[in-house]
Design a binder for this molecule. Sequence first.
Ligand code: FE2
Ligand code: FE2
Length: 463
Amino acid sequence: MSDDARRIRTAEDVLRYFMACTKAVQLYAPEHPIVARAVEQLAQTLERAHAEAPAVVIGIVDGQVIVDGIALADVHGAADAAARLRAFGIERIAIGRGVAAEELLEFVRGLAAAQAKAEGAGDDLLAALATAHVHVGRLRLQRRGEAGPDDMRAMQHAYQDAVAGAEAIWEQSLAEGGPDPVMATRLVDGLASAVGQNRRAMMALSTLYRYDNYTFTHMVNVSVLTMAQARSLGIDGTLLRQFGLAGLMHDIGKIKTPAEILKKPDRLTEGERAIMMKHPVDGAEMLRRRLELPPLAAVAAFEHHLKVNGTGYPGGVARPELNLATQFVSIADVFDAMRSKRSYQQAFPTDRIMAVLQQNDGSHFEQRLVRRFGQLLGIYPAGNLVRLDDGTLAVVLRVHAPDPSRPMVRVVAGPDGQRLQKPHDVALWVDDGPGGPPPRIVTPVDPAVAGIDPLPYLDEAAA
Ligand SMILES: [Fe+2]
Ligand SMILES: [Fe+2]
């Protein structure tokens, strides 16, 4: 069965078993075997769906049931179920990974009881139905690519899961001399669907300052930033996942680099550098031998330190041009390496990194791709902490494409560094607001220095 067919089948099963559960709890007592079986089947199907994505969303749009973005008009009874939920005011049910059968039972019972009592539900009633992993709400019509609170949390989980997955693959590769294709493919599938679901949130997570776990966050960040670039060029589906895999595996050859060189806090000596520089060839060898993996991964691993002008390493390799996947991976690689704080260097703000990517007149990177990357990221990517010229600190919420230097921000701390009780949002590009011209960004600020974690601020509804 193709990937798409499998996804549709899973989505249909989620809906069928969900409907079976709601019906069963209306007809039978909760301890009746029919109820137990329906709930168990739903739990099993969700577990299958959660292998692909951190949350399964059942939505009602225009009288149709949509599960994970797939419209399911053909499922018997779907239209009725949609109408009932809609009449009750429910337009969205998000079920997160880790949900247990008992929790599902609790939810469908609560839903049936509430539906039996009331015609329509207010926000309070909807909130009361929620359990640890199940959230109910009115469908918020989000602007494309904009994160809502549930979404942001789901994306955060997806990101953290991916970093843990990258670590598992690294350990497994160390033990077995190369990556396990099934583990790697599964990890990229999850990341690709997270990027597809909410590219902006995943990019924000990938471009935050990090303090630890460099090897594994680097794998995930390069994968996400590679896929984000590819998607902005309209690349999707299988090819997108191949690009993502290339990003994830680009440095896998480093499992052969001795740990004392890999983890050395200071600059490498000439000799150590020579050993480190073997990783593209080693990585390409490992990936090439795993026939289940796309050849693109080996190509990008081999090429990712070559420059478009033919310099770089491995030495002596003439390439008329570098693969597109390689170029996305290299841009993401340099960005993330400079972005991440290593012990021997300070993390660089985005504008400095962009300047590096743009230097040397395109001898290192294809400048059209770098420009695109810059537009995608904004000068100050979402999730950045910045200082404004009135001395306040703000978190970048959203890039304003017409003027990337003036994004939408949330002011979170006063000039004295004290957190504000009530953070407020400012559109920095609006010159004729009631309070006169808005402040301007002076500089990005390292969240560790300011003692402010920007991430929770992305998570809250606009103040
Ligand atoms: Fe590398
Ligand atoms: Fe790298």
